[in-house]
Design a protein around this ligand. Structure first.
Ligand code: SF4
Length: 438
Protein backbone atom coordinates (compact mmCIF):
# COMPACT_ATOMS: atom_id res chain seq x y z
CA UNK A 1 0.00 0.00 0.00
CA UNK A 2 1.39 3.39 -0.99
CA UNK A 3 1.77 5.88 1.86
CA UNK A 4 0.24 8.96 0.27
CA UNK A 5 0.84 11.03 3.35
CA UNK A 6 4.54 10.81 2.45
CA UNK A 7 4.00 11.29 -1.28
CA UNK A 8 1.91 14.39 -0.62
CA UNK A 9 5.01 16.18 0.56
CA UNK A 10 7.36 14.98 -2.15
CA UNK A 11 8.19 16.41 -5.50
CA UNK A 12 7.21 13.85 -8.10
CA UNK A 13 9.73 11.45 -9.60
CA UNK A 14 9.12 8.61 -12.04
CA UNK A 15 8.54 6.13 -9.19
CA UNK A 16 5.95 8.20 -7.40
CA UNK A 17 4.29 9.09 -10.71
CA UNK A 18 3.92 5.37 -11.45
CA UNK A 19 2.36 4.83 -8.04
CA UNK A 20 -0.27 7.41 -8.88
CA UNK A 21 -0.81 5.86 -12.31
CA UNK A 22 -1.35 2.45 -10.70
CA UNK A 23 -3.69 3.77 -8.03
CA UNK A 24 -5.85 6.11 -10.11
CA UNK A 25 -6.94 3.86 -12.97
CA UNK A 26 -10.11 5.90 -13.38
CA UNK A 27 -8.03 8.89 -14.56
CA UNK A 28 -6.20 8.79 -17.93
CA UNK A 29 -2.41 8.77 -17.59
CA UNK A 30 -2.37 11.88 -19.78
CA UNK A 31 -4.52 13.74 -17.25
CA UNK A 32 -2.35 12.62 -14.31
CA UNK A 33 0.79 13.97 -15.98
CA UNK A 34 -1.03 17.13 -17.09
CA UNK A 35 -2.15 17.96 -13.55
CA UNK A 36 1.34 17.35 -12.20
CA UNK A 37 2.99 19.52 -14.84
CA UNK A 38 0.48 22.30 -14.14
CA UNK A 39 1.09 21.92 -10.42
CA UNK A 40 4.89 21.90 -10.56
CA UNK A 41 5.55 24.01 -13.64
CA UNK A 42 8.15 23.51 -16.36
CA UNK A 43 11.75 24.42 -16.97
CA UNK A 44 13.39 24.62 -20.36
CA UNK A 45 16.65 23.76 -21.96
CA UNK A 46 17.23 27.09 -23.73
CA UNK A 47 18.86 25.39 -26.75
CA UNK A 48 15.60 23.62 -27.43
CA UNK A 49 13.86 26.96 -27.94
CA UNK A 50 16.44 28.23 -30.42
CA UNK A 51 15.61 28.33 -34.14
CA UNK A 52 12.11 27.05 -33.65
CA UNK A 53 8.92 28.68 -34.83
CA UNK A 54 6.13 28.54 -32.25
CA UNK A 55 3.68 30.73 -30.39
CA UNK A 56 5.20 31.97 -27.16
CA UNK A 57 3.43 32.94 -23.93
CA UNK A 58 1.29 36.04 -24.42
CA UNK A 59 0.57 36.56 -20.71
CA UNK A 60 -3.06 36.83 -21.70
CA UNK A 61 -4.38 37.72 -18.22
CA UNK A 62 -2.29 36.32 -15.34
CA UNK A 63 1.38 35.32 -15.29
CA UNK A 64 0.68 31.71 -14.28
CA UNK A 65 4.43 31.47 -13.57
CA UNK A 66 5.91 30.20 -10.32
CA UNK A 67 8.70 32.77 -10.23
CA UNK A 68 8.71 36.48 -11.09
CA UNK A 69 9.80 37.46 -14.59
CA UNK A 70 12.88 39.12 -13.11
CA UNK A 71 14.04 35.78 -11.67
CA UNK A 72 13.48 33.70 -14.78
CA UNK A 73 16.53 32.60 -16.73
CA UNK A 74 17.15 35.21 -19.37
CA UNK A 75 17.54 32.53 -22.07
CA UNK A 76 13.87 31.63 -21.81
CA UNK A 77 12.13 34.61 -20.25
CA UNK A 78 9.40 35.58 -22.76
CA UNK A 79 10.51 32.71 -25.00
CA UNK A 80 8.63 29.80 -23.46
CA UNK A 81 5.74 28.44 -25.54
CA UNK A 82 2.16 29.24 -24.48
CA UNK A 83 1.38 25.55 -24.21
CA UNK A 84 2.96 22.22 -24.91
CA UNK A 85 1.39 19.13 -26.43
CA UNK A 86 2.76 15.88 -25.02
CA UNK A 87 2.39 12.62 -26.90
CA UNK A 88 3.73 9.05 -27.34
CA UNK A 89 6.68 8.24 -25.06
CA UNK A 90 6.88 5.53 -22.40
CA UNK A 91 3.11 5.49 -21.82
CA UNK A 92 2.20 5.91 -25.49
CA UNK A 93 0.26 9.06 -24.62
CA UNK A 94 -2.46 10.52 -26.79
CA UNK A 95 -1.84 14.22 -27.62
CA UNK A 96 -2.48 16.33 -24.51
CA UNK A 97 -2.35 20.14 -24.32
CA UNK A 98 -0.84 21.69 -21.19
CA UNK A 99 -0.47 25.38 -20.31
CA UNK A 100 3.12 26.47 -19.59
CA UNK A 101 3.93 27.77 -16.13
CA UNK A 102 7.58 28.55 -15.70
CA UNK A 103 9.39 27.13 -12.69
CA UNK A 104 13.20 26.75 -12.94
CA UNK A 105 13.03 24.29 -10.00
CA UNK A 106 10.50 21.94 -11.53
CA UNK A 107 11.42 18.26 -12.02
CA UNK A 108 9.74 18.57 -15.45
CA UNK A 109 12.15 19.67 -18.17
CA UNK A 110 11.62 20.39 -21.87
CA UNK A 111 14.75 19.47 -23.78
CA UNK A 112 15.92 17.78 -26.98
CA UNK A 113 16.90 14.16 -27.50
CA UNK A 114 17.79 12.63 -30.86
CA UNK A 115 16.57 15.85 -32.47
CA UNK A 116 13.13 15.46 -30.91
CA UNK A 117 11.68 17.80 -28.31
CA UNK A 118 10.84 15.77 -25.21
CA UNK A 119 9.44 16.08 -21.70
CA UNK A 120 11.62 14.64 -18.95
CA UNK A 121 10.95 14.09 -15.31
CA UNK A 122 14.34 14.40 -13.67
CA UNK A 123 16.56 12.08 -15.76
CA UNK A 124 13.71 10.06 -17.25
CA UNK A 125 12.17 10.82 -20.62
CA UNK A 126 8.37 10.71 -20.51
CA UNK A 127 7.04 11.84 -23.87
CA UNK A 128 7.53 13.70 -27.11
CA UNK A 129 6.53 17.36 -27.20
CA UNK A 130 5.10 19.76 -29.77
CA UNK A 131 4.83 23.53 -29.48
CA UNK A 132 1.80 25.56 -30.62
CA UNK A 133 1.77 27.02 -34.15
CA UNK A 134 1.78 30.79 -34.76
CA UNK A 135 -1.44 31.89 -36.49
CA UNK A 136 -0.81 33.65 -39.83
CA UNK A 137 -2.54 36.83 -38.62
CA UNK A 138 0.00 37.21 -35.77
CA UNK A 139 2.22 38.77 -38.43
CA UNK A 140 0.01 41.82 -38.96
CA UNK A 141 -0.17 45.00 -36.90
CA UNK A 142 -3.09 47.33 -36.36
CA UNK A 143 -3.42 50.84 -37.78
CA UNK A 144 -2.64 52.08 -34.26
CA UNK A 145 0.59 50.05 -34.25
CA UNK A 146 -0.49 47.23 -31.88
CA UNK A 147 0.33 43.56 -32.25
CA UNK A 148 -2.39 40.93 -32.43
CA UNK A 149 -0.81 38.76 -29.74
CA UNK A 150 -1.36 41.62 -27.32
CA UNK A 151 -4.85 42.62 -28.48
CA UNK A 152 -6.49 39.27 -29.24
CA UNK A 153 -4.18 36.36 -28.34
CA UNK A 154 -5.29 32.79 -28.86
CA UNK A 155 -4.84 29.98 -26.38
CA UNK A 156 -5.99 26.34 -26.16
CA UNK A 157 -3.97 25.53 -29.28
CA UNK A 158 -5.69 28.32 -31.21
CA UNK A 159 -9.27 27.42 -30.23
CA UNK A 160 -10.03 30.36 -27.92
CA UNK A 161 -9.56 34.10 -28.64
CA UNK A 162 -8.84 35.59 -25.23
CA UNK A 163 -9.91 39.22 -24.89
CA UNK A 164 -8.79 40.63 -21.56
CA UNK A 165 -10.20 44.06 -22.28
CA UNK A 166 -9.28 45.47 -18.87
CA UNK A 167 -5.93 44.18 -17.64
CA UNK A 168 -6.28 45.41 -14.06
CA UNK A 169 -8.72 44.87 -11.25
CA UNK A 170 -10.21 47.56 -9.07
CA UNK A 171 -10.07 45.19 -6.12
CA UNK A 172 -6.71 46.48 -5.14
CA UNK A 173 -4.19 45.48 -2.47
CA UNK A 174 -4.29 42.70 0.12
CA UNK A 175 -7.63 43.78 1.61
CA UNK A 176 -9.49 43.47 -1.67
CA UNK A 177 -7.60 41.46 -4.29
CA UNK A 178 -8.36 37.77 -4.41
CA UNK A 179 -5.48 36.16 -2.53
CA UNK A 180 -4.46 33.91 -5.42
CA UNK A 181 -4.82 36.42 -8.29
CA UNK A 182 -1.91 38.21 -9.94
CA UNK A 183 -3.76 40.27 -12.57
CA UNK A 184 -2.46 43.58 -11.16
CA UNK A 185 1.00 42.18 -10.40
CA UNK A 186 1.28 40.65 -13.85
CA UNK A 187 0.42 44.00 -15.41
CA UNK A 188 3.13 45.70 -13.34
CA UNK A 189 5.71 43.05 -14.23
CA UNK A 190 4.98 43.37 -17.95
CA UNK A 191 5.24 47.15 -17.71
CA UNK A 192 8.52 46.94 -15.79
CA UNK A 193 9.94 44.96 -18.70
CA UNK A 194 8.64 47.64 -21.06
CA UNK A 195 6.45 45.16 -22.90
CA UNK A 196 3.53 46.50 -24.91
CA UNK A 197 0.68 45.66 -22.54
CA UNK A 198 -2.44 47.76 -23.04
CA UNK A 199 -4.41 48.36 -19.81
CA UNK A 200 -7.77 49.06 -21.45
CA UNK A 201 -8.13 47.77 -24.98
CA UNK A 202 -9.52 49.87 -27.77
CA UNK A 203 -12.57 48.36 -29.45
CA UNK A 204 -11.25 49.44 -32.86
CA UNK A 205 -8.04 47.47 -32.35
CA UNK A 206 -9.98 44.38 -31.35
CA UNK A 207 -12.29 44.60 -34.37
CA UNK A 208 -9.32 45.02 -36.68
CA UNK A 209 -7.63 41.88 -35.34
CA UNK A 210 -10.89 39.94 -35.42
CA UNK A 211 -11.33 40.87 -39.08
CA UNK A 212 -8.04 39.07 -39.84
CA UNK A 213 -9.06 36.09 -37.76
CA UNK A 214 -12.39 36.03 -39.59
CA UNK A 215 -10.62 35.84 -42.95
CA UNK A 216 -7.58 33.72 -42.18
CA UNK A 217 -8.35 31.43 -39.28
CA UNK A 218 -10.45 28.33 -39.01
CA UNK A 219 -9.12 27.06 -35.67
CA UNK A 220 -10.55 29.71 -33.34
CA UNK A 221 -14.15 28.89 -32.50
CA UNK A 222 -14.82 30.88 -29.34
CA UNK A 223 -13.99 34.25 -27.83
CA UNK A 224 -13.90 35.23 -24.19
CA UNK A 225 -14.48 38.76 -22.94
CA UNK A 226 -12.95 39.29 -19.53
CA UNK A 227 -10.92 41.55 -17.28
CA UNK A 228 -10.75 42.77 -13.72
CA UNK A 229 -13.68 43.87 -11.63
CA UNK A 230 -14.91 47.45 -11.89
CA UNK A 231 -15.93 48.74 -8.49
CA UNK A 232 -16.64 52.39 -9.22
CA UNK A 233 -16.52 53.11 -12.92
CA UNK A 234 -14.10 52.79 -15.78
CA UNK A 235 -13.79 55.43 -18.49
CA UNK A 236 -16.99 56.90 -17.04
CA UNK A 237 -18.91 53.63 -17.42
CA UNK A 238 -20.35 51.23 -14.86
CA UNK A 239 -18.97 47.68 -14.94
CA UNK A 240 -21.71 46.17 -17.09
CA UNK A 241 -21.75 49.13 -19.49
CA UNK A 242 -18.00 48.94 -19.86
CA UNK A 243 -17.98 45.25 -20.77
CA UNK A 244 -21.08 45.18 -22.97
CA UNK A 245 -19.71 47.77 -25.40
CA UNK A 246 -17.10 45.22 -26.59
CA UNK A 247 -19.68 42.51 -27.09
CA UNK A 248 -22.05 44.86 -28.92
CA UNK A 249 -19.26 45.86 -31.29
CA UNK A 250 -18.11 42.30 -31.94
CA UNK A 251 -21.59 40.88 -32.39
CA UNK A 252 -22.76 43.69 -34.64
CA UNK A 253 -19.82 43.15 -36.99
CA UNK A 254 -19.34 39.37 -36.74
CA UNK A 255 -22.62 38.06 -35.36
CA UNK A 256 -22.37 34.36 -34.59
CA UNK A 257 -18.92 33.96 -36.18
CA UNK A 258 -17.52 32.68 -32.84
CA UNK A 259 -19.26 31.55 -29.68
CA UNK A 260 -19.20 34.41 -27.15
CA UNK A 261 -18.27 33.73 -23.53
CA UNK A 262 -17.65 36.12 -20.67
CA UNK A 263 -15.72 35.79 -17.43
CA UNK A 264 -16.89 38.58 -15.17
CA UNK A 265 -18.44 39.03 -11.72
CA UNK A 266 -21.75 37.49 -10.65
CA UNK A 267 -24.41 39.96 -11.81
CA UNK A 268 -28.15 40.28 -11.32
CA UNK A 269 -30.58 38.83 -13.85
CA UNK A 270 -31.57 42.19 -15.33
CA UNK A 271 -27.95 42.76 -16.36
CA UNK A 272 -27.45 39.25 -17.65
CA UNK A 273 -30.49 39.51 -19.92
CA UNK A 274 -28.74 42.36 -21.78
CA UNK A 275 -25.63 40.24 -22.29
CA UNK A 276 -27.57 37.23 -23.47
CA UNK A 277 -29.54 39.37 -25.92
CA UNK A 278 -26.32 40.93 -27.20
CA UNK A 279 -24.91 37.52 -28.08
CA UNK A 280 -23.10 36.02 -25.08
CA UNK A 281 -23.81 32.31 -24.85
CA UNK A 282 -21.62 31.10 -21.98
CA UNK A 283 -21.29 32.84 -18.62
CA UNK A 284 -18.48 32.20 -16.12
CA UNK A 285 -19.26 33.86 -12.76
CA UNK A 286 -16.30 32.36 -10.93
CA UNK A 287 -16.93 31.47 -7.29
CA UNK A 288 -13.22 30.60 -6.75
CA UNK A 289 -13.62 28.61 -3.51
CA UNK A 290 -16.71 26.90 -2.13
CA UNK A 291 -16.12 26.94 1.64
CA UNK A 292 -18.17 29.59 3.42
CA UNK A 293 -15.40 30.44 5.88
CA UNK A 294 -12.68 30.63 3.23
CA UNK A 295 -14.54 32.72 0.64
CA UNK A 296 -14.28 36.04 2.54
CA UNK A 297 -10.68 35.31 3.49
CA UNK A 298 -9.56 34.47 -0.04
CA UNK A 299 -11.85 36.82 -1.98
CA UNK A 300 -12.18 39.85 0.33
CA UNK A 301 -13.22 42.29 -2.42
CA UNK A 302 -15.90 39.98 -3.78
CA UNK A 303 -17.17 39.41 -0.25
CA UNK A 304 -17.30 43.09 0.58
CA UNK A 305 -18.95 44.32 -2.61
CA UNK A 306 -21.19 41.37 -3.49
CA UNK A 307 -21.03 38.72 -0.74
CA UNK A 308 -20.92 34.93 -1.03
CA UNK A 309 -24.65 34.35 -0.62
CA UNK A 310 -25.48 36.85 -3.34
CA UNK A 311 -22.74 35.40 -5.54
CA UNK A 312 -24.19 31.91 -5.32
CA UNK A 313 -27.78 33.10 -5.73
CA UNK A 314 -26.76 34.97 -8.87
CA UNK A 315 -25.06 31.89 -10.32
CA UNK A 316 -28.23 29.89 -9.83
CA UNK A 317 -30.42 32.63 -11.29
CA UNK A 318 -28.10 32.99 -14.28
CA UNK A 319 -29.13 29.47 -15.28
CA UNK A 320 -32.63 30.85 -15.98
CA UNK A 321 -31.15 33.27 -18.51
CA UNK A 322 -28.45 31.24 -20.25
CA UNK A 323 -29.61 27.68 -19.50
CA UNK A 324 -27.89 25.68 -16.73
CA UNK A 325 -25.22 24.05 -18.86
CA UNK A 326 -24.19 27.47 -20.26
CA UNK A 327 -23.36 28.77 -16.79
CA UNK A 328 -19.87 27.46 -15.99
CA UNK A 329 -18.44 28.98 -12.80
CA UNK A 330 -14.77 28.41 -12.17
CA UNK A 331 -13.06 27.56 -8.90
CA UNK A 332 -9.36 27.62 -8.15
CA UNK A 333 -8.45 23.98 -7.54
CA UNK A 334 -6.23 23.57 -4.48
CA UNK A 335 -6.50 27.05 -3.02
CA UNK A 336 -8.66 25.71 -0.20
CA UNK A 337 -5.46 24.09 1.15
CA UNK A 338 -3.62 27.42 1.46
CA UNK A 339 -2.27 28.27 4.90
CA UNK A 340 -3.02 29.56 7.45
CA UNK A 341 -6.80 29.38 6.99
CA UNK A 342 -7.18 26.47 4.58
CA UNK A 343 -7.93 22.82 5.24
CA UNK A 344 -5.11 20.80 6.72
CA UNK A 345 -5.84 17.57 4.85
CA UNK A 346 -6.60 16.61 1.27
CA UNK A 347 -9.67 14.71 2.53
CA UNK A 348 -11.23 17.78 4.15
CA UNK A 349 -10.48 19.95 1.12
CA UNK A 350 -12.06 17.43 -1.25
CA UNK A 351 -15.10 17.01 0.97
CA UNK A 352 -15.75 20.75 1.00
CA UNK A 353 -15.12 21.26 -2.72
CA UNK A 354 -17.25 18.23 -3.64
CA UNK A 355 -20.12 19.70 -1.65
CA UNK A 356 -19.99 22.74 -3.94
CA UNK A 357 -19.75 20.54 -7.03
CA UNK A 358 -22.76 18.53 -5.91
CA UNK A 359 -24.72 21.69 -5.13
CA UNK A 360 -24.19 23.13 -8.61
CA UNK A 361 -24.24 19.92 -10.64
CA UNK A 362 -27.53 18.82 -9.03
CA UNK A 363 -28.97 21.98 -10.67
CA UNK A 364 -27.42 21.24 -14.06
CA UNK A 365 -24.62 23.81 -13.65
CA UNK A 366 -21.16 22.35 -14.31
CA UNK A 367 -18.32 24.10 -12.49
CA UNK A 368 -14.86 23.82 -14.00
CA UNK A 369 -11.56 24.41 -12.27
CA UNK A 370 -8.16 25.87 -12.94
CA UNK A 371 -5.06 24.51 -11.24
CA UNK A 372 -3.87 26.87 -8.53
CA UNK A 373 -0.21 27.80 -8.71
CA UNK A 374 0.99 30.19 -6.01
CA UNK A 375 2.03 33.09 -8.25
CA UNK A 376 4.68 35.41 -6.80
CA UNK A 377 3.53 38.75 -5.35
CA UNK A 378 0.04 37.41 -4.56
CA UNK A 379 -1.02 37.08 -0.91
CA UNK A 380 -0.50 33.32 -1.25
CA UNK A 381 2.69 33.64 -3.30
CA UNK A 382 4.99 31.68 -0.98
CA UNK A 383 2.63 28.82 -0.25
CA UNK A 384 3.34 25.16 -0.97
CA UNK A 385 1.86 23.72 -4.12
CA UNK A 386 -1.13 21.44 -3.50
CA UNK A 387 -0.24 17.73 -3.68
CA UNK A 388 -0.91 15.73 -6.84
CA UNK A 389 -3.23 13.47 -4.83
CA UNK A 390 -5.55 16.44 -4.27
CA UNK A 391 -5.97 16.95 -8.01
CA UNK A 392 -6.52 13.26 -8.71
CA UNK A 393 -9.14 13.03 -5.97
CA UNK A 394 -10.75 16.21 -7.31
CA UNK A 395 -10.90 14.82 -10.86
CA UNK A 396 -12.34 11.58 -9.49
CA UNK A 397 -15.14 13.40 -7.61
CA UNK A 398 -15.80 15.82 -10.49
CA UNK A 399 -16.21 12.87 -12.89
CA UNK A 400 -18.39 10.85 -10.51
CA UNK A 401 -20.79 13.75 -10.01
CA UNK A 402 -20.77 14.74 -13.69
CA UNK A 403 -21.76 11.16 -14.56
CA UNK A 404 -24.21 10.79 -11.65
CA UNK A 405 -26.22 13.78 -12.88
CA UNK A 406 -25.79 12.73 -16.51
CA UNK A 407 -24.68 16.21 -17.53
CA UNK A 408 -23.90 17.42 -21.06
CA UNK A 409 -20.35 18.23 -22.18
CA UNK A 410 -19.65 21.87 -21.18
CA UNK A 411 -20.09 24.06 -24.28
CA UNK A 412 -17.31 26.33 -25.53
CA UNK A 413 -14.40 23.99 -24.80
CA UNK A 414 -14.15 22.00 -28.00
CA UNK A 415 -14.17 18.24 -28.12
CA UNK A 416 -13.92 16.43 -24.80
CA UNK A 417 -11.87 13.39 -23.92
CA UNK A 418 -8.44 11.90 -23.83
CA UNK A 419 -6.36 12.97 -26.82
CA UNK A 420 -8.90 15.59 -27.90
CA UNK A 421 -9.33 18.20 -25.15
CA UNK A 422 -7.66 21.59 -25.63
CA UNK A 423 -8.53 23.26 -22.33
CA UNK A 424 -5.03 23.66 -20.96
CA UNK A 425 -5.17 24.79 -17.32
CA UNK A 426 -6.78 21.70 -15.80
CA UNK A 427 -7.69 18.22 -16.97
CA UNK A 428 -11.46 18.33 -16.46
CA UNK A 429 -12.15 18.09 -20.21
CA UNK A 430 -9.56 15.32 -20.69
CA UNK A 431 -11.34 12.90 -18.35
CA UNK A 432 -14.83 13.10 -19.85
CA UNK A 433 -15.92 9.72 -21.21
CA UNK A 434 -12.87 7.83 -19.90
CA UNK A 435 -13.75 4.26 -18.96
CA UNK A 436 -10.64 3.44 -16.92
CA UNK A 437 -7.85 0.91 -17.49
CA UNK A 438 -7.11 -2.55 -16.10
S1 SF4 B 1 -12.02 39.74 -8.92
FE1 SF4 B 1 -10.37 38.62 -7.94
S2 SF4 B 1 -9.84 36.99 -9.44
FE2 SF4 B 1 -11.02 38.56 -10.53
S3 SF4 B 1 -9.47 39.91 -11.40
FE3 SF4 B 1 -10.12 40.82 -9.44
S4 SF4 B 1 -8.63 40.05 -7.94
FE4 SF4 B 1 -8.47 38.77 -9.79
Amino acid sequence: MVDYKILDHQITNLNSLENFINNYKNIPIEAIIKQDVLRLGLRFDANTLKNRHYKSKDYFIFSFDHVPLSEQPEEYRFKAPEEIKILKGIYNLLPTVISVRIDPNSPYLITTEDEKVVLKINQDTLAEVEFPPIPSWYNHSTASGKFPNEIAPVIEWGYLIYLTVFRNCQYFGKDEECAFCDINHNWRQQKNFKRPYTGIKDIKDILEVLSWIDKEDDTAKVYTITGGSVVTDLQGKKEQDFYIQYIEAIESQFHGRWMGKMVVQAWEKKDLIRFKETGIQVYHPNYEVWDKRLFPLLCPGKERFIGRDNWIRRIIEAAEIFGPSYVIPNFVGGVELAKPYGFSTVEEAIQSTSEGLDFFMSKGIVPRFTTWCPEPYTTLGNQKKPPLRYFLELLTRWKELFEKYNLPVPPGYGEPGRGKAVFSVSAFMDIIGYRGRD
